[in-house]
Design a protein around this ligand. Structure first.
Ligand SMILES: [Ca+2]
Ligand SMILES: [Ca+2]
Length: 499
């Protein structure tokens, strides 16, 4: 029992030890998307005949009669053992299709020919997906492998049945998914696994060909070709994935892949980068607006601010508005101080004629709050008017005084009775004085009415002055009247004496 277990373990160990190392060979592969470049070429490959490369696939022949096409690697392989997975479709509208599709590994690149689009007498391996049943045995579509040392011509009439290494009958036309073939050449053993495209499951490969002691050219070209005849199918290759195989322990490390090659690629890259930058610069010069727009599309960071930048912007705006408000406040304070100073100077000017203000005595306050500029001006105006009125009254009184003096002087000079005429003159003068007094009264009333509107804290001395003058005037008037009465009584007594 233990012996059997150890034997199984040993077998598993041997199998795992012999599994080759796979390395993907991009120079011998193609796949979509961007399979073909803008000019229709496939990098590291060249295609011939009716083959057309697009972004997704290489259509080796279209479904038209008598078409031939092929695609080949540009370079010979550099590895001894390999595995290729070909993913393809053979689709046609007819129940039967033609002619077929071929995979090649040959010493020389193929040229257009009769064997599924490529030349006969090849040296190397051909794997044929033969759609059309030429020998009418009802055994097509058929998959077969054929080795040729360059001496054999493929026998279409028998579908190469006697020339094949091995093969299997499998339908590969009009499948729901692309069909796949894994062709492996490792240690002189050829193995072909086939996936029939009925599912998309990677596990659904089945063995079609296994042939030992196969001696293919050590290095060669990979190729695919296809041909149509009286009947036609689309022959589309979607993927061609090549792996080089290395027995365990012999796989190349990344170090010995070649520093020279690495250097070459980095140099190519730098050159390409320089060229691109130059072209970009030229484009910018020729189309500045377009370039700016593209830059913004390409680099959205420049077009949009980050959250940090936005935050800083907001802080800056906030500070600016605070600064603006402070400046406004400062202006207002200056204005208030200026107004206060003006008011104080006006008050002090007003008070120069009145009660002197001590240093410790606060400025007079008017009931209801501080004095406004207009109020002070109105007060000053009123005061000026009062002073003017007082002056007028004074001059008027002086005038009356003079007139009275003149009358008395005239009387004393003439020394003769004036009679009725003199009495009339004196009466007219009296009426004149009365009228003048009325005018003075009206003026005073008007001034008083003007000053009634607002309080008057500092004009008391001026109003006192007016009253004094008024009393002086009254006393003068009384004197004049007494004088007049005396004069009248003297005249009467003289007239009595005369009679
Ligand atoms: Ca055939
Ligand atoms: Ca056949």
């Amino acid at each position: 029992m233990l012996y059997i277990f150890l034997l199984i373990c040993l077998q598993i160990f041997v199998v795992f030890c012999e599994l080759p190392h796979h390395k993907f060979e991009y120079k011998y592969s193609f796949k979509g998307p961007y399979l073909a470049q803008k000019d229709g070429t496939v990098p590291f490959w060249e295609h011939f005949g009716n083959a057309i490369a697009s972004e997704e696939m290489v259509r080796i022949t279209p479904s038209l009669r008598s078409k031939k096409g092929s695609i080949w690697t540009k370079n010979k392989t550099t590895f001894d053992w390999w595995q290729v997975e070909v993913v393809f479709r053979v689709n046609g509208r007819g129940r039967l299709g033609a002619d077929g599709f071929a995979f090649w590994f040959t010493e020389n690149k193929g040229v257009e020919g009769p064997v599924f689009g490529s030349n006969d007498h090849w040296i190397g391996l051909g794997v044929f997906f033969d759609s059309f049943d030429n020998d009418n045995r009802g055994n097509n579509p058929y998959i077969m492998a054929m080795y040729n040392d360059g001496t054999k011509a493929f026998d279409h009439q028998s579908d190469g049945v006697a020339q094949q290494l091995a093969g299997c009958q499998r339908d590969f036309r009009n499948k729901p998914f692309p069909v796949r073939a894994k062709i492996e050449y490792y240690k002189n053993v050829l193995t072909i696994l086939f996936h029939n495209g009925n599912s998309n499951n990677d596990e659904d490969f089945e063995l079609c060909v296994r042939a030992e002691n196969i001696y293919l050219p050590q290095h060669g070209y990979f190729g695919l070709s296809a041909a149509t005849g009286g009947l036609a199918d689309d022959h589309d290759a979607l993927k061609f994935l090549t792996y080089s195989l290395y027995p365990p322990g012999t796989q190349p490390t990344s170090q010995n892949i070649g520093d020279a090659e690495k250097e070459k690629f980095s140099k190519e890259y730098e050159e390409y980068k320089d060229k691109l930058e130059k072209q970009k610069e030229e484009f910018r010069k020729e189309h500045p607006d377009e370039a700016k727009r593209k830059d913004m599309e390409f680099n959205p960071d420049e077009a949009y601010e980050t959250s940090q930048q936005r935050e800083l912007q907001q802080i800056f705006q906030g500070q600016s508005s605070i600064f603006e408000i402070l400046r406004g406040l400062h202006r207002k304070i200056d204005e208030v101080i200026g107004r206060q100073e003006r008011a104080l100077s006006m008050l002090s000017a007003v008070q120069t004629g009145g009660v002197p203000q001590g240093q410790g005595i606060p400025p007079p306050q008017v009931a209801g709050g501080s004095l406004g500029r207009h109020e002070i001006e109105a007060l000053l105006g009123g005061q000026r008017e009062i002073v003017q009125s007082a002056r007028d009254i004074k001059s008027f009184v002086t005038d009356i005084h003079q007139r009275t003096g003149t009358i008395i002087a005239k009387q004393s000079e003439q020394g003769k009775p004036a009679g009725a005429g003199l009495a009339f003159e004196a009466n007219a003068l009296f009426q004149d004085v009365k009228e003048s007094l009325n005018i003075v009264k009206r003026d005073l009333a008007a001034v008083a009415a003007k000053n009634q509107g607002g309080p008057c804290p500092v004009v008391q001395p001026v109003s006192c002055l007016t009253t004094t003058y008024f009393f002086i005037f009254m006393s003068i008037q009384i004197v004049v009247i007494i004088g007049y009465i005396t004069y009248q009584s003297n005249k009467e007594s003289q007239a009595k004496k005369f009679y």
